[in-house]
Design a binder for this molecule. Structure first.
Ligand code: MTE
Ligand code: MO
Length: 341
C-alpha cells in the first residue's frame, strides 16, 4: 500500500467488461435502496447469522510467555454471532502475510520482525471526553468482558482478502464502561510507538508517520460488528497480527483495523488518520469497502481471496460494505459515499 509506487495489483482494464460495470452499478443502486428501507432489527436481520459456527479448539497449546489470565479468557471464549460460513483462510496465511508497517513494509517482514515483540506488561490510556479516563492494564481492559469468536472477512484496500476467526469483545462494551460524553463525536486509536522494538519506526525514510493513528465516528464505534481482538484461531494474537489488542472493523478496508493499541481517546474533532494524512487522494477517513468507488490506481470491484496463487487467483467480487450492508448501511444514510470514501 505504498503511497507512490504502483503496487502491482491493478486489475487490467480488459478484465472488466462494460456490461459487468453496468450490472455492478445496478446492484449498487439496488443495494443502497435496500439499505434505506431496512432498519437493523436488533442486529439479527443478517443473512449471516451463524451462532454455532466456530473453529474454536479449546485447550490448544499456547506459548508459556502468555500470561495465565489471557489463556483462561481465550480458553473460555464462545462462538459469537455474525460469523460468516466462508472457509477461514489457513492460519499459516493469516499469521505470515501481514501489513504492519512498524515491523517493515513487506508482507513477510512483520512475522520476521515481531518475533520478540514484548506485549506484557501492556497498558492502555483511555483519554479525552469520557466520564472515566486514565491508564489501565490490559487485564483491566479485557478481563471484564466475555470473549467470543467472530469469523469475519477482512478486505485490504490493496484488493486481497482473508477470512479470519478472531477472538475478542465488542468495542461498545468498552464505550459503556468508560462513558464518552455527548460532545465526543469520534474515537481515536493509537498504536505503540517504540522504535527500539519496531524497525519500521527507525527507518531513515518512512512511508508513513508514527505512531499509527486510526479513528471511527462514535456511532460507527458503537456498532455491534466492531470488536477489540486479543486472539485468532483460538490462540492469543501473534505480534504480527497486532498483539496484544487490536481493532477489527470488518466492513471497512483493513487499514482501519489498527494494531497493538496503547491509547483510545474520545474527541469531538475528526482524528487525522495515518493513511488519510499520508495520501488523502487515495485513502479516506471512512474507508468503507465499496466495489463501486475505485482506488485511483486500481479497481475495487473484485478481490483476491487468500490463499491464491499464480495458477489459481481466486478472484471474487467485492461486496458493498464487505458483505455487512444489513448491519451498517444505516450509518451512512443520505451520505455521498463517493465524496466520503
Ligand atoms: N499499527 C498498524 N496497524 C495496522 C497496519 C499497520 O501498518 N500498522 N496495517 C493495516 C492494514 S493495511 C491491514 S490490511 C491490516 C492487516 O491485518 P492482519 O495483518 O492481521 O491481516 O492491519 C491494519 N492495521
Ligand atoms: Mo490493508
Amino acid at each position: 500500500m505504498s503511497s507512490k509506487k504502483n503496487s502491482g495489483i491493478n486489475i487490467k482494464s480488459y478484465e472488466i467488461t462494460d456490461e459487468s460495470l453496468y450490472l455492478k452499478r445496478r446492484d449498487f443502486i439496488k443495494a443502497m435502496g435496500l439499505g434505506l428501507a431496512l432498519l437493523p432489527q436488533n442486529g439479527k436481520s443478517n443473512a449471516e447469522y451463524y451462532p454455532d459456527r466456530t473453529v474454536l479448539t479449546h485447550g490448544q497449546q499456547i506459548s508459556d510467555e502468555v500470561p495465565d489470565w489471557v489463556k483462561q479468557k481465550i480458553y473460555a471464549a464462545h462462538p459469537g454471532i455474525y460469523s460468516t460460513s466462508e472457509t477461514p483462510t489457513p492460519y499459516e496465511y493469516v499469521s505470515t502475510y501481514n501489513n504492519f508497517y512498524e515491523f517493515g513494509s513487506g508482507k513477510d517482514d512483520p512475522v520476521a520482525n515481531a518475533r520478540n515483540f514484548r506485549t506484557d506488561p501492556w497498558s492502555i490510556e483511555i483519554a479525552g471526553d469520557a466520564e472515566i479516563t486514565g491508564i489501565f492494564s490490559l487485564e483491566d481492559i479485557v478481563a471484564a468482558n466475555d470473549l467470543e469468536e467472530r469469523i469475519y472477512r477482512l478486505r485490504c484496500v490493496e484488493a486481497w482478502s482473508m477470512v479470519v476467526p478472531w477472538i475478542g469483545f465488542p468495542l461498545k462494551k468498552l464505550l459503556s464502561r468508560f462513558k464518552p460524553l455527548s460532545r465526543a463525536k469520534y474515537v481515536r486509536f493509537e498504536t505503540l510507538y517504540d522504535p527500539s522494538q519496531m524497525p519500521g519506526q527507525r527507518a531513515l525514510f518512512k512511508s508513513i508517520d508514527y505512531p499509527y493513528v486510526e479513528g471511527l465516528r462514535i456511532d460507527e464505534a458503537a456498532n455491534d460488528l466492531v470488536i477489540l481482538a486479543v486472539g485468532l484461531y483460538g490462540k492469543p494474537l501473534p505480534g504480527q497480527n497486532g498483539a496484544p489488542l487490536r481493532l477489527v472493523v470488518p466492513w471497512k478496508y483493513g487499514f482501519k483495523s489498527i494494531k497493538s493499541i496503547v491509547k483510545i481517546e474520545f474527541t469531538n474533532k475528526r482524528p487525522k488518520t495515518t493513511w488519510e494524512v499520508t495520501n488523502p487522494k487515495e485513502y479516506g477517513f471512512y474507508a468503507n469497502v465499496n466495489p463501486n468507488v475505485d482506488h485511483p490506481r486500481w479497481s475495487q470491484a473484485t478481490e483476491r481471496r487468500l490463499p491464491s496463487s499464480l495458477f489459481r487467483s481466486n478472484r471474487i467480487e467485492t461486496q458493498m460494505f464487505n458483505g455487512y450492508a444489513d448491519q451498517v448501511s444505516y450509518l451512512y444514510r443520505g451520505m455521498d459515499l463517493r465524496r466520503f470514501f
